[in-house]
Design a protein around this ligand. Structure first.
Ligand SMILES: [Ca+2]
Ligand SMILES: [Ca+2]
Length: 227
C-alpha cells in the first residue's frame, strides 16, 4: 500500500503518527495493600493514613507523581492543620543505585516503627510533604540535599498530586522511589514495601550523581521524632 502512495501522502501519515504519540513517556505504578500500616503504637502516628498506590510518570518535560489513599482514612493538607493532615516524604533514587546518594529519611527508624522493611534507596531527590505546612499549596523539592524548588501540590480526600520539571532532578528519567506518610505525630504507612518493586525497565539516563551524606535528611522539616 505504501509503495502506491505518493510521497506527500506518506509524509502526512508520518506526521499523524507523531501527533498521536507526541513524546516518549514512562510510568511506574506501585499498588500498596490496605491495612498494612499502623497507628497509635510506639513511634507511630495517631491518625491512620493508609497508602493505596503511588505512581511516577514522566515525559520529556515533567515528572507527575500521584499518591492515593484509602477512602476509610482520608487525608488533608498540612496547612489545613487537621488531625488527618498528611506529612512525610517521597524519596527518589534517581540513578537506581543504592550506593550513590544519601540515606533515606524514611529508613531512619520511621519504617521500622510501622513494621516496614527499609527502602534501601540511595536518595538523590525528595518531595518534602512536611514543607506544605509552611507554604500552603506548595511543597519543596530537594536535589542532592539542597533545595531545588517549590512546586504546586494538590490534595483531595484520597489523593495528592505533584507535577514538577525534570530539570529539578537534573533531567533524570527512570527512577526508584519510596514514600512514607503519617500525621503530624509520626508515620502510619510506607510504600513500596521493598526496594526495586517500583522501577520500570527503561534505561536510566546518564547522570553524574555524587554522595551527599546526611544533608538530604537534615534540610527536611523534621516534625517526627526519631526512635
Ligand atoms: Ca497501605
Ligand atoms: Ca542513588
Amino acid at each position: 500500500m505504501l509503495a502506491k502512495m505518493r510521497k506527500p501522502a506518506i509524509l502526512f501519515l508520518i506526521i499523524l503518527t507523531l501527533l498521536a504519540f507526541p513524546a516518549a513517556s514512562k510510568a511506574a505504578l506501585y499498588v500498596d495493600p490496605t491495612g498494612d500500616g499502623g497507628a497509635g503504637g510506639p513511634g507511630q502516628g495517631v491518625t491512620y493514613i493508609d497508602i493505596v498506590s503511588i505512581s511516577v510518570f514522566f515525559d520529556t518535560i515533567n515528572f507527575y507523581v500521584t499518591m492515593t489513599f484509602d477512602a476509610a482514612t482520608p487525608i488533608a493538607a498540612p496547612s489545613a492543620v487537621l488531625a488527618n493532615s498528611i506529612y512525610g516524604v517521597i524519596e527518589f533514587d534517581l540513578d537506581q543505585n543504592p550506593l550513590t546518594g544519601g540515606p533515606p529519611f524514611q529508613d531512619g527508624g520511621f519504617r521500622a516503627a510501622i513494621g516496614h522493611a527499609a527502602s534501601g534507596l540511595g536518595v538523590e531527590g525528595t518531595i518534602d510533604l512536611f514543607s506544605e505546612a509552611g507554604t500552603p499549596g506548595f511543597v519543596d523539592i530537594t536535589y542532592l540535599g539542597a533545595f531545588a524548588g517549590s512546586v504546586p501540590i494538590t490534595y483531595t480526600a484520597t489523593s495528592l498530586s505533584v507535577t514538577f520539571a525534570r530539570s529539578l532532578f537534573a533531567g533524570a528519567g527512570v527512577v526508584d522511589f519510596a514514600a512514607i506518610v503519617g500525621d503530624v505525630i509520626g508515620p502510619t504507612d510506607a510504600a513500596p514495601a521493598t526496594f526495586g518493586t517500583s522501577s520500570s525497565t527503561d534505561t536510566p539516563e546518564p547522570s553524574t550523581l555524587g554522595m551527599f551524606g546526611l544533608a538530604g535528611s537534615l534540610i527536611l522539616c523534621r516534625i517526627w521524632r526519631r526512635r
